[in-house]
Design a protein around this ligand. Structure first.
Ligand SMILES: [Zn+2]
Length: 315
C-alpha cells in the first residue's frame, strides 16, 4: 500500500460517491464542480473521467482502477483526457501577478505567450480512444472573456459527445455564459469521520482540525505539518522579543509557501482574541500583497514581524 502523501488516493477512496453517482445519471455535456480549495474537486474530476472510460466498472458503477483506461488516468497520460490550467501573467511594473486561462488554451491564437501544447478545439476533433473525451478546466473563474466565448459552442454541442468538467472555488466568479450551460455539483468538506475512514493512517488531531473536512490537506500532509511547525515557531518568537521575531521571520521567508503558510498561521492564531486575530490577519494580507507586487521579500518579512509584534501587543 502506498502512503497517502505519495498517492492521490484516486481509486482507493471515493470521497464523494453520491456526486459520482449523480454524474452517471447526467446526460448533458458540462459539469461545474464548485467547492473550497483542497476539498477534492480535482480528484472527483479525475474519477469522473475514469468512470466515463473504465473498461470494467464495478457493479455499483465506480471505475475499477485497474484497467488500461483507469491506469492511464492514474499516471496522468490518458488519451481522452485534456487538462486546462490557468497560467500566471507577469506584467512589467508594479502590477500584481494575475492568473488567467487565455484564448490560446482553447484555439490556436497569434502571439500567444502562454504556450498551451494542445488546444481544446484540436483535442475534440479526434474520436475518443476509449469511450468519451473529457476536458477538465481547473479554475473556471480564470477563463477570460475571449476564452469563455471561444468555448461556448463547444460546450453546447461538443464533438463526439465529449464532456466538459469545470472546477471552481467560487462559482459566482465564473462567466455567466459558462455557468448557465453547466450542471452544478457542490463539492462539500467531509465529516471527520468520513475523512478518517478513507485514510489508512490516522493523522494527528491538529492536522485533522486544520483540514476541516478537506481531503487535499491530508494528501499534502508533509507540507502542511512543516507549515504548522513554522507558524508555531514564528508565533512563539514574537513573544520573546524583537530580535527573535526578526530572526524567525527571516527563517520563514526561506521556506514560505504561499499556499500553506498563510493557512497554517491563521490556524495557529485561531485561539487568540478577536482583536489579535484581526490585526494579525491584516499584517498577513499586507505581506501577501507585498510579495505579489514583487516588493523586496526580506524587507517585507521584517515589516511583517514588526506588524505582528504590534498585533500581539508586544510592539
Ligand atoms: Zn477501469
Amino acid at each position: 500500500m502506498t502512503s497517502p502523501a505519495a498517492a492521490p488516493l484516486l481509486f482507493e477512496a471515493v470521497l464523494h460517491p453520491e456526486l459520482l453517482a449523480e454524474v452517471r445519471r447526467y446526460s448533458g455535456h458540462a459539469l461545474l464542480l464548485s467547492g473550497p480549495a483542497r476539498v477534492g474537486k480535482q480528484q472527483l474530476a479525475l474519477q469522473i473521467a475514469a468512470q466515463e472510460n473504465c473498461l470494467h466498472p464495478h457493479s455499483d458503477g465506480f471505475p475499477c482502477g485497474r484497467c488500461a483506461s483507469c491506469r492511464a488516468v492514474l499516471v496522468g497520460a490518458h488519451p481522452d483526457l485534456l487538462g486546462v490550467t490557468p497560467r500566471t501573467t507577469t506584467s512589467t511594473g508594479k502590477v500584481a501577478r494575475r492568473r488567467i486561462i487565455p484564448v490560446g488554451a482553447i484555439v490556436e491564437a497569434r502571439d500567444d505567450a502562454h504556450d498551451y501544447e494542445q488546444h481544446v478545439y484540436q483535442f475534440l476533433e479526434l474520436r475518443p480512444t476509449y469511450r468519451r473525451r473529457v476536458v477538465l478546466v481547473e479554475g473556471a473563474e480564470y477563463l477570460n472573456e475571449q476564452a469563455a466565448n471561444a468555448l461556448l459552442k463547444l460546450v453546447e454541442e461538443p464533438p463526439h459527445n465529449a464532456l466538459f468538467v469545470f472546477t471552481t472555488e467560487d462559482a459566482s466568479l465564473v462567466m455567466p455564459t459558462i455557468q448557465s450551460r453547466c450542471a452544478r455539483l457542490n463539492v462539500s468538506p467531509l465529516s471527520d469521520q468520513r475523512l478518517l475512514a478513507a485514510w489508512p493512517a490516522a493523522p494527528d488531531p491538529e492536522l485533522l482540525a486544520m483540514a476541516a473536512g478537506r481531503a487535499g490537506v491530508l494528501q499534502e500532509r508533509d507540507k502542511v505539518e512543516a507549515a504548522l511547525q513554522d507558524a508555531r515557531m514564528l508565533t512563539e518568537a514574537l513573544r520573546s522579543g524583537p530580535l527573535s521575531a526578526l530572526e524567525a521571520a527571516e527563517a520563514l521567508e526561506k521556506r514560505f509557501d504561499t499556499e500553506w503558510h498563510p493557512q497554517a498561521l491563521r490556524f495557529v492564531w485561531r485561539s487568540e482574541s478577536p482583536a489579535v486575530r484581526a490585526a494579525s490577519d491584516t499584517a498577513l494580507e499586507r505581506l501577501l500583497g507585498a510579495l505579489e507586487v514583487y516588493a523586496s521579500p526580506s524587507l517585507s518579512f521584517q515589516v511583517f514581524a514588526l506588524d505582528l509584534r504590534a498585533a500581539f501587543g508586544e510592539g
